[in-house]
Design a protein around this ligand. Structure first.
Ligand code: CDT
Length: 310
């Protein structure tokens, strides 16, 4: 029997620096309603989906920096998204900047949540691979200050049983690391959700710019094929406060094929009916059960595989 999950990748166009959370949530609600019309079970929104991608700017004032973070999820401005999704019976993935107080210490993470069709949180993930730098780079046309504004994710890659299958999350730069896919696959992932903000220019390595789109697709297509999972990857795209970011939000099958992809750099929804049993078919082809030599992959793999899939 097939296990079809109809998934919408809700690409976001640029968000203005002064655009309010409520205005962004209204845009997202429009996308949810369109997704509902197209029969979606799950909608995936991008990384840091509620504001402009502020790590592109140098911010010295602590209160000004904190204002870009969410202290509650849902909070007053995001509650309408949760309410509308629950009313429509659609689950969603949302990336956001998380500010939390743990052990009496202020902590900031680049995070994402998975929410079920009933509006209840299923999963929460903190980005593990943070790109960029800590110091101001005056010669660069824009900054990439994730290492300054966020802590590295403090929890392992995790999967959750949801939408009839096993689901994991990566955030943006995580997708460039083979370990991200493999550790999720060792925990049974059949579907991996990814939000991203990816500039089409690397100030330190401009000769690599021509490869940006190719490498974006390369890592995810190989990640999907080698780990027998579906991938839904969603951009914040377009020219945002002077920084040009790629689109190419993609739904990728366990065969490694891109089955749907955005064509614009604005708000755009693409939808695909993903059969999670295609994941099972590739797991069987590779004979994951017998051919993966987990005992030879080292302690991280052994530990990951020791926890039975949810
Ligand atoms: N947000 C994020 O992680 N962006 C990075 C920028 C590239 S740094 C070379 C990315 O991997 O897309």
């Amino acid at each position: 029997m097939s296990r079809i999950v109809t998934i919408g990748a809700a690409q976001s166009g640029p968000i203005l620096r002064e655009e309010s959370r409520s205005a962004v949530v209204e845009r997202q609600i429009q996308q949810l309603r369109e997704a509902h019309r197209q029969g979606c079970d799950l909608v995936v929104f991008p990384e840091v989906a509620l504001t402009a991608f502020f790590p592109h700017w140098w911010i010295e004032d602590e209160a000004e920096l904190d204002a870009w973070f969410e202290r509650e999820m849902p909070g007053p401005e995001t509650q309408p998204l949760f309410d509308e999704a629950a009313r429509l019976g659609i689950g969603f993935h949302l990336g956001y900047a998380e500010l939390t107080f743990e052990g009496g210490k202020k902590r900031r993470f680049n995070s994402a949540i998975l929410v079920g069709k009933d509006g209840q949180k299923i999963g929460h993930f903190r980005k593990i691979h943070l790109p960029g730098h800590v110091e101001y780079r005056p010669d660069n046309p824009f900054q990439n200050l994730e290492k300054r504004y966020f802590e590295f994710g403090d929890r392992p890659f995790e999967t959750w049983r949801a939408f009839g299958g096993v689901v994991g999350i990566q955030i943006c730069n995580d997708r460039r690391w083979s370990e991200s896919y493999r550790l999720l696959a060792l925990k049974g992932a059949e579907l991996v959700l990814i939000g991203y903000n990816t500039p089409d220019h690397i100030p330190e390595h401009p000769h690599m710019d021509r490869l940006t789109n190719f490498q974006h697709q390369l890592c995810m297509q190989s990640g999907a094929y080698q780990n027998a999972c579906w991938i839904v990857a969603v951009a914040k795209a377009g020219i945002e406060e002077g920084v040009s970011m790629i689109g190419l939000s993609s739904i990728i099958a366990p065969s490694g094929e891109i089955v749907a992809q955005t064509k614009t750099l604005g708000d755009e929804l693409i939808v695909h009916a993903c059969d999670l049993d295609d994941s099972k078919a590739y797991q069987e082809l590779f004979e994951f059960g017998t051919n993966r030599r987990i005992q030879h992959y080292g302690p991280i793999a052994t530990q990951a595989a020791a926890v039975p899939p949810p």
